[in-house]
Design a binder for this molecule. Structure first.
Ligand code: SF4
Length: 266
């Protein structure tokens, strides 16, 4: 009996050694962790490539930055992110801007709205969402959600006005993305609302149809994400149905953020 037990024990030890060796090999396959990506201390020279009006390819919003270390650490302040941006010339959008439009609102907001890029009024005033679309967004926040606009945080995926209000191109979005991620890491909102297709595509990492994904819950780096229509789209198609859909999305976003603020019920 003793002999059988000893044999069984030896075979268990052999199996355990074999398993450990396999695990060690698998760990080697992954290699060392990638080096942390740092923002350049001085911005690169202005790109010579001219902007084109070519349609954004389906892959344009797929991020090659997902999974990388955040450029500003895990919990920077908005001021640190703004200082990191400086008088940015990392993409061609710097050439036509009046000023950088960084963000606006409560630095510790529960709700964060992310749009596409500054328009004419935003470029002139240096504040996001202050033109006609911005007035509608403000109305939705203040009259609909009954929150002062100053209680939420609002920004865009690019901080400089694209010429003629065109959709930002993939390289422009990519150049600006570390600053958007820095803003998200600084504010740490309970819920993000992506306004329109470009913002939703960027945050979802794929080219989406906003009519299909609006009103559904997603996740951006652990934060619940609700895509909805951009207020400029609502202005263009001012139907009762579109207004009702956005209203439902915003109500859901507010309710989710309130739930998360309250914490678990037990
Ligand atoms: Fe820099 Fe962003 Fe402006 Fe491009 S859009 S110049 S990356 S701040």
């Amino acid at each position: 009996m003793d002999r059988e037990l000893r044999q069984e024990a030896r075979s268990l030890v052999r199996a355990a050694r074999h398993l450990l060796a396999e695990l060690a090999e698998e760990a080697d396959d992954f290699g060392p962790p990638p080096p942390r990506q740092e923002l350049p201390a001085t911005p690169p020279a202005k790109p010579s490539v001219e902007a084109t009006s070519a349609p954004v390819p389906a892959s344009a919003f797929q991020s090659d930055l997902l999974g990388e270390q955040p450029a500003f650490g895990t919990h920077p302040t908005l001021q640190e992110v703004r200082e990191g941006l400086g008088e940015c010339t990392r993409c061609r959008l710097c050439e036509g801007r009046t000023q950088i439009v960084f963000g606006d609102g409560d630095p510790a907001a529960d709700l964060m709205f992310i749009g596409e890029g500054p328009g004419e009024q935003e470029d002139l005033q240096g504040i996001p969402f202050v033109g006609r679309a911005g007035e509608l967004l403000t109305k939705m926040i203040e009259r609909g959600l009954e929150l002062p606009r100053s209680a939420v945080y609002i920004c865009n995926i690019v901080k400089c006005r694209p010429p003629g209000n065109r959709t930002p191109l993939a390289d422009e979005v990519g150049a600006c993305r570390p600053f958007l991620d820095g803003q998200i890491d600084a504010v740490r909102p309970k819920v993000i609302v992506a306004l329109g297709k470009p913002a939703a595509s960027l945050l979802l990492g794929r080219d989406i149809a906003i009519t299909r994904v609006r009103g559904t819950w997603h996740d951006y780096r652990g934060i619940p994400l609700m895509p909805t229509f951009h207020p400029a789209f609502i202005l263009r198609q001012y139907t009762e149905q579109n207004r009702r859909l956005v209203w439902e999305d915003l109500k859901n976003a507010l309710a989710r953020s309130a739930e998360l603020r309250a914490g678990p019920a037990f």
